[in-house]
Structure formats: C-alpha cells, structure tokens
Design a protein around this ligand. Structure first.
Ligand SMILES: Nc1nc2c(ncn2[C@@H]2O[C@H](COP(=O)(O)OP(=O)(O)OP(=O)(O)O)[C@@H](O)[C@H]2O)c(=O)[nH]1
Ligand SMILES: [Mg+2]
Length: 334
C-alpha cells in the first residue's frame, strides 16, 4: 500500500476538441495541419465537409481528439440540416470548442442557433482567426467581434503556414480535462478506410467539375477487397439528375476516366498500396432533399426531416464505412 502511494502520478489530459466555424474558414486544413496527416478533404469552395471527421494528436502530455465539422450555415435543404445537426452535435459533445474565424472574410460570423450554442459553451470555448498569412489587417475586427459576442480573445493563426499553431496547441492542451488517453498514441483516425476513400473521390469531383455539380454529388464505396492485389474498390458516384451523370461521364467517357485516375492516385497514397478503382456514375433523384435517400447514404436525418429512426452522428459514422447492408429505400438507378 505504501509503495503504491509513493509512485509518481502521471497527469495526462485528453478529450474531444470540436473545430467549428462558418464554411470555408479552414477547419479541415487546420485538422490536417494539427494531426500532421491529410485526413479531411480541402477545397477552395465552401460546404466541402459534410461529416464529423476525427483526427487524433497524441503529445507527451495530452491526447487531442479533433473533430472537424461541416461549416455552420443557414440550412436550405435536408442535407444542409443534416450537416448543421452534425456540427452542432460535435460542438455540444466536445470537451473544448475551437471557433475558427477567417481573416479574409470579416463578414463571415456565426449567427442564430450556432451563435447561441457557442455562447452557452463559453467555459470551454477558444477561438482563432485563421488565414492571417493572407489578410493580417482584417484580424482586428474579428477580434473585437469575438470579445464582444463571446468574451473570448482569439489567437491569430495560419493553418497553411502553421504560424501560431504551437501556441494554439498549448492552449488547447491546457483546456482539456485531466484524463487517461482514450486511444493508442499512434492512432490517427477513427473512421474506416472506406470513408476516406469516398471522401477522396468527392474531393476530386470538387476539383474536376464546376458550379452545382460537386454539391449534387455523393460517393459511396460499395465494395472494398483488401486481400486482392491491387486492392479492388468499387464505388458509386451518385448525382441527382441524368444531365449531371452525362457531365460526369463526359464525352466518350473522358470525364469519368480522368476522375477515376486522379482519385485512384490519391487513394493509393492514402492506403499505401496499388488500387484498382471501379467507378460507376448513378442517378439518385433529388437525394439531397429526401430523408430516405440521405438515410440510405448514411447521413444523419435531422429531426422533422424524415420521421423517426434518424441515426445520431456517432453511430452513423461507424455504419457508413462498414458493411454494404445499409438499406432504407431510395434504390439507386443507373
Ligand atoms: N491563405 C490561407 N488559406 C487557407 C488557410 N487555411 C485554409 N485555407 C484555404 O481555405 C480554403 C478552405 O479550406 P477548408 O479547410 O476546406 O475550409 P473548411 O472550413 O473546412 O470549409 P468547409 O468544409 O466547406 O466548411 C482552401 O482553399 C484552403 O486552402 C490559411 O491559413 N491561409
Ligand atoms: Mg471542411
């Protein structure tokens, strides 16, 4: 008993840090920079992230479980409401919330339900003004807003140049509760490989196609044969209309070939092995607006947006990359 009591106590800190903010402020870029691995997809366009993407950073003193979230927006259709629900759930579940503001967009500030949730979260709220490499002058206005609205002084950072990230990390570590590590120290991600594969294809859709098309696109990995060489992956790219399918496929199949080749090289880098990517374009009419198609695709269905049985974000994340057995109507058509 005496010898047990005299052993030195190692105090570690651990918990969830939700990265929240308006679309395009750099949440996913920051997650990748902090974890040191590209886990969350990044595009120059707003509303890229649709899921809570988790990345883990274990330091000597702390384990930070970062949760990247969809941008806080004014929902316009059912998928938006699903994204908003995912973001707010991550915010409410977190041990620490990091609100990101964008130095290049001093008008992009949280409003409504999101602002109210942040104000309620004040005791665990930190804030940062990102992209100071691009527009350091605009940071002052955002700092004033943050102090007035949330009583928090934001730090100045750049997720791209990594300026300010060490100081931010120290502040985040200090804000976490004392706790043992929840994951092995070398663990970086929680979501299954299938999730990241689908996201990498979706990111490439953002890069290859313009206007509304990337927003009308969702990717589902239908089959993943790890044992085969190369790794065989069959994935469906769902769009909302036949005209969109024609655009993705392109003249003589040139579009889908380019999408497949570019996606494959990203996936090979991610899984570290040669990959055969079998990509199919399918039409799932109006999938963004219908509860049953969203459910089929694994998105949480917001309350009031499709009746009972909406899966909360955490459960859905595990299911989405799991078996192909997800059902719920909305049968895809070719
Ligand atoms: N100059 C500069 N650009 C940045 C910085 N951080 C992110 N960006 C750019 O901002 C754009 C949006 O970045 P994302 O990380 O996708 O933003 P997000 O907040 O995750 O966006 P959503 O997922 O749409 O909500 C990309 O073009 C990034 O390269 C930064 O520190 N400096
Ligand atoms: Mg994002």
């Amino acid at each position: 008993m005496a010898s047990l009591m005299s052993e030195p106590e190692v105090v570690t800190r651990a918990g969830h840090v939700a990265l929240v903010g308006r679309p395009n402020v750099g949440k996913s870029t920051l997650l990748n920079a902090l974890v040191g691995e590209k886990l969350s997809i990044v595009t120059p366009r707003a509303q890229t992230t649709r899921d809570a993407v988790t990345g883990i950073l274990t330091t000597e003193r702390a384990q930070l479980i970062f949760v990247d979230t969809p941008g806080l927006l004014e929902p316009q259709y059912t998928l938006h409401r699903s994204m908003q629900q995912t973001a707010l759930a991550a915010l409410l579940d977190a041990d620490v919330v990091l609100l990101l503001l964008d130095a290049t967009r001093s008008d992009e500030l949280p409003t409504g339900e999101a602002l109210a949730a942040l104000q309620r979260q004040r005791h665990t709220l930190l804030a940062a003004v990102n992209k100071v490499d691009a527009a350091p002058a605009a940071a002052a206005a955002l700092e004033s807003w943050c102090l007035a609205a949330l009583k928090v002084r934001p730090q100045r950072i750049s997720a791209v140049t990594k300026e300010g990230l060490e100081t931010l990390l120290t502040a985040l570590e200090a804000a976490l509760p004392a706790a043992p590590f929840y994951y092995p120290p070398d663990e970086l991600a929680i979501q299954p490989v299938r999730f990241f594969v689908a996201e990498l294809v979706r990111e490439t859709v953002f890069e290859e196609y313009e206007d509304e098309l990337p927003y009308a696109t969702v990717v589902r990995v239908e089959e993943y044969r790890e044992g085969s060489d190369p790794v065989y992956i069959r994935a469906s790219v769902y769009v909302e209309r036949a005209s969109q399918k024609a655009i993705v496929v392109g003249r003589g199949g040139a579009g889908i070939k380019r999408l497949g080749a570019r996606s494959r090289s990203k996936i090979e880098e991610f899984v570290g092995a040669p990959v055969y990517l079998d990509l199919w374009v399918k039409v799932l009419p109006g999938w963004r607006r219908k509860a049953e198609t969203l459910r089929y695709l694994g998105y949480p269905v917001p309350q009031g947006g499709g009746g009972a049985g909406a899966a909360p974000g955490r459960e859905r994340r595990q299911r989405r990359g799991g078996s192909d057995g997800a059902t719920g109507g909305g049968k895809p058509s070719d």
